[in-house]
Structures are given as structure tokens and as C-alpha cells.
Design a binder for this molecule. Structure first.
Ligand SMILES: [Zn+2]
Length: 172
């Protein structure tokens, strides 16, 4: 949605800029048409900026598209009738950018929720590992951790006495 708003916004901004530029050049300076064309130029620049920030800042982009649409309607009011159409299109792009912003917020929320689930899984795994080590016997000679109820160390063969050797009751 944001990509669509960016591409369509750039195309529309380029087209309206081109058209307004032509009218500004062809119309007599100081006439109503040239004032409208000037407004059209400002509106198209605003739309171009909106399209440019549609990806990184879709909410700001939506605001700029609304401004561009407003300026287009203003230009249409002064005598540049075509711009009413562009104003409507810019408002549509503003809606697209806004939806893109909502989508972005939703996506980042989902990523945060997934991270949270991952952290909970990690915690459960650690708890499981800790409970598995519970009751393990530490070899007094080589410090190897032997499973509960082991009589001889699996590493060095030292006799293990569960009542004498320290057992791990919890793993921090
Ligand atoms: Zn040992």
C-alpha cells in the first residue's frame, strides 16, 4: 500500500508538475491562469514530497497528500479546472498513505508480539533445562555434572555419593 502510494504519487506529482509548468510558461504572467498554475506547481511539489516520504513516514506522507489535494482544489477554484480532479486523486493517495501507515503499525505490533512469544519459549526452555539438571550430582574430582542417581562419574570414574557431594538444586 505504501509502495503503491509512493509510485502513484510520484507519477501524479510529475504529471501535474509538468502540466502546471506548461501552463505557467504559456499563460501571461499576472493572469489568473498563471496564479492557478503557480498553485498547481506548489501542489505538485507537495505531492512529490509526500510520495518521497510514503515509505519511511507514511503518516507524514498522508498529511502532505492532503495539503497537496487542498492546494489543487484552491488552484481549481482560481481557474485551473483540471486540478479539481488532481485534488481528488491526491486525497485518495492520502487515504492510501494513511492505510499504509496503519499497516506499518500493525506489522510492527505483530513483530513485537512474535518477539514476546519467542522470549516466553526461551524462558520455558530454560526452565525445562534447569529442571532436568535438578538433582544432578557434581563429581568432586573433575566437576562434571552427572545425572541423578549415578554411582560413578561418567568422566573420571570417581565413586559418587549423592548424600555427600553437593547436588544442584537450581540453575540460576
Ligand atoms: Zn569425575
Amino acid at each position: 500500500m505504501r509502495i503503491a502510494a509512493m509510485v502513484l504519487g510520484l507519477m501524479l506529482a510529475a504529471w501535474t508538475f509538468f502540466e502546471a509548468f506548461l501552463i505557467a510558461v504559456l499563460s501571461n504572467s499576472g493572469s489568473e491562469m498563471s496564479a492557478a498554475a503557480g498553485l498547481g506547481l506548489i501542489g505538485s511539489l507537495c505531492a512529490g514530497l509526500a510520495a518521497g516520504v510514503a515509505l519511511p513516514a507514511p503518516r507524514f506522507s498522508a498529511i502532505l497528500f492532503v495539503v497537496a489535494g487542498g492546494i489543487s482544489f484552491l488552484a481549481a477554484g482560481v481557474g485551473y479546472g483540471n486540478h479539481a480532479v488532481y485534488g481528488v486523486l491526491f486525497f485518495l493517495l492520502a487515504v492510501m498513505a494513511f492505510l499504509g501507515w496503519r499497516g506499518k503499525v500493525k506489522a510492527s505490533r505483530e513483530i513485537a508480539a512474535e518477539r514476546q512469544r519467542q522470549a516466553e519459549r526461551d524462558d520455558r526452555l530454560e526452565a525445562l533445562l534447569a529442571s532436568r539438571d535438578h538433582g544432578s550430582i557434581l563429581c568432586p574430582s573433575c566437576n562434571r555434572l552427572n545425572p541423578p542417581a549415578t554411582r560413578y562419574c561418567g568422566n573420571c570414574g570417581t565413586a559418587l555419593d549423592a548424600s555427600r557431594t553437593p547436588t544442584i538444586t537450581s540453575v540460576p
